[in-house]
Design a protein around this ligand. Sequence first.
Ligand code: AP5
Ligand code: ZN
Length: 200
Amino acid sequence: KRLVLIGPPGSGKGTQSPLIKDEYCLCHLATGDMLRAAVSAKTPLGIKAKEAMDKGELVSDDLVVGIIDEAMKKPSCQKGFILDGFPRTVGQAQKLDEMLERQGVKIDKVLDFAINDSILEERITGRWIHPASVAKNLVTGEPLIQRKDDTAAVLKSRLEAFHKQTEPVIDYYSKKGAVAKLNAEKPPKDVTVEIRKVLS
Ligand code: AP5
Ligand code: ZN
């Protein structure tokens, strides 16, 4: 299966991805995770992306399209993938369509994590992560940290970017009839059940 997860910050994309990934043997490609790894490794990509990320703005389409293009070539992605946080602009969605067309495949489902903005601040400011477990999902002895962009002030810009730039992507896919709307306000377990229904 080839899936796209769209939803505002804190809607549960990163929470649900590992669960679906294992059930359907997919690879999980999260542009936010990849960008954060690049920022902490201070790679040229990370250096370019950091300023926008710290402000809660989107990084340029060219940068993210480049990482996705590269990451999708991994053998583990050949059977299918979960795109978590990409595409986030209509331009990115068009670029993705071109990439997939070249491979003769298409997106099977777009999962729309629908949730009211008012719930998100509590989730975002309450999130603590393991620095090393973000990518690998391992339990380590390291102290928990908060993401630099997980503050009420930066959340405001992230939400603004979502409504202005990412919501139109849902319309883009709706026209193709690929969108399944989920109630992302429910507890994580219920959301997983809803996703299973959509994918079965
Ligand atoms: P990114 O990392 O993608 O962040 P985001 O979209 O803001 O999403 P989050 O990771 O905050 O939310 P999530 O939906 O994964 O929530 P989670 O499951 O963790 O992007 C970061 C930045 O990178 C962007 O601002 C941008 O600068 C850049 N970027 C990334 N991709 C880009 C792109 N394509 N183009 C341009 N720029 C890009 O859950 C959050 C919390 O809520 C957790 O604590 C969790 O335990 C809890 N929770 C989850 N589900 C539930 C539930 N059902 N009930 C109660 N609590 C829940
Ligand atoms: Zn996430």
